[in-house]
Design a protein around this ligand. Structure first.
Ligand code: PLP
Length: 439
């Protein structure tokens, strides 16, 4: 597009100085395709940015947003309410694990993470456990970009150079291509090492010093890394044993990605809080939220004077009616098209088989998948690290496919309503693109 000036918008996670040279521009979307400014169809195998789980441009969501804007576009959420947020909150609880029936709305996953960290802290303080202030996160984890989430980042380039919270320890990352390469679903190795590392931290710091653990059930931006068998249950056991809160960052894994509404349900492990965003309304209007155990909210309420807000925290757009209306309409689609379980049924199996069929491609060192998530890892060969991923990404885009590089891992998270034909198209274009880059 020649009439756009790229000087003014400072784009996120983008090499802005180089953007003008390659200026990849989408101007419309339909179904599971994005269209470039020269009207090339690009298959969206990343559901936008792990968020457009119901596909693009769903009319019923657009209609609901329009109707809500005309009914009441905004009213302050502090000390006032609008119906859609209450309706959406109540309907969401049909899909959460038993005992989790509260949500604090935010505008993004990053805000959800920082909100969850503050709720955890507030819970410990108000119940008289003021010494429990430390957090535990995991290497290779991604938890957004606010200061709390930046502190919890296990991806060095997103953390280094920023002011971060210091009261933090690290569980080891889960990616183990030496022992777990080419596993379908949950791999075998890693649970015991994690448990030992966790126990070491508890021994070093003392359980009385530890507030909460935050982890993604499946690591997304770290390269789609699936937890080894029993891992999440073991973490829950250790948290219970030592009175430590467990926060699942479900910003990616929530809303049907794993084959259940939430990974917590899929892996049968109930955390104390779940952070969410992205798929919450199909990636249409910015929204996030923290799902909180009833008992945690109750404890905070019981230990706070009745004359003041229980939580001095919130955003102008917390539970804003337009985002909630989009959420209600998206939920109609999720429920009506049985999308929450689609990743564990026939579609999930087709996806798994298709993905693992790429094993013969050059320089492939691992393929991983769970639900409608997947990753293909490449050896960088003679090229500098990360160059293979970047080149495959660009070639895929030129050939009509949007996937995502994380270093030399190519990661995928298709819309949940993806068809077999679209999966076949993904495989065909991905294979062709990799061969053009690496053969
Ligand atoms: C696990 C996880 N947490 C938090 C976030 C931050 O969400 P947002 O980009 O909406 O702030 C992301 C975004 O990718 C994420 O994957």
């Amino acid at each position: 597009m020649t009439d756009l000036n790229f000087e003014y918008w400072w784009q996120p996670f983008t090499n802005n100085r180089a953007f003008a040279d390659y200026s990849r521009m989408f101007t419309r979307a339909e179904g599971n395709f994005l269209y470039t400014d020269d009207d090339r169809a690009v298959l969206d195998i990343t559901a936008g940015l792990w968020c457009c789980n119901i596909g693009h441009a769903r009319k019923s969501v657009a209609d609901a947003v329009h109707a809500q804007l005309m009914q009441i576009d905004f009213a302050p959420p502090f000390q006032f309410g609008t119906p859609p947020a209450f309706q959406f909150a109540e309907r969401l609880m049909k899909h959460t694990p038993d005992g989790i029936n509260r949500i604090f709305f935010t505008n993004s996953g990053s805000e959800a993470v920082d909100t969850a960290l503050k709720i955890a802290h507030l819970y410990q303080q108000t119940r008289g456990k003021g010494s429990k202030t430390r957090f535990i996160s995991r290497e290779q984890g991604y938890h957004g970009v606010n200061i709390g989430g930046t502190s919890m980042q296990g991806l060095p380039s997103n953390r280094q150079g920023f002011p971060v919270l210091e009261q933090l320890d690290w569980l080891p990352g889960m990616l183990d291509m030496e022992r777990n390469a080419f596993t379908r679903g949950c791999p075998q190795h890693g649970t015991e090492e994690m448990a030992q590392a966790f126990e070491k931290i508890i021994a070093l710091r003392g359980a009385d010093a530890i507030c909460a653990v935050i982890i993604e059930p499946i690591s997304g931006a770290g390269g789609v890394v699936v937890p080894p068998t029993g891992y999440l249950k073991r973490i829950r056991e250790l948290c219970d044993e030592h009175d430590i809160l467990l926060i699942f960052d479900e910003v990616i894994t929530g809303f049907g990605r794993t084959g259940s509404a939430f990974a917590a349900g899929e892996f049968e492990v109930t955390p104390d809080m779940m952070t969410s965003a992205k798929g919450i309304n199909g990636g249409t209007v910015p929204m996030g939220g923290v799902f909180v155990k009833d008992s945690i909210q109750q404890s905070i309420f019981d230990n706070t004077p009745t004359t003041v807000p229980e939580f001095f925290h919130g955003n102008t757009y917390s539970g804003t009616p337009v985002a909630a209306a989009a959420g209600l309409a998206a939920l109609d689609i999720y429920e009506g098209e049985a999308l929450f379980t689609r990743a564990s049924g026939e579609t999930g199996q087709y996806w798994e088989d298709a993905l693992h069929g790429l094993r013969d491609l050059p320089q492939v060192v691992d393929i991983r998948n769970y639900g409608l998530l997947g990753a293909v890892s490449f050896d960088c060969g003679d090229l500098p690290a990360k160059a293979v991923g970047a080149k495959i990404h660009q070639r895929c885009y030129e050939n009509g496919l949007l996937c995502r590089p994380v270093g030399d891992h190519m990661v995928m998270s298709p819309p949940l309503n993806i068809s077999h034909e679209e999966i076949d198209l993904f495989i065909e274009v991905f294979r062709k693109s990799v061969l053009e880059v690496l053969a």
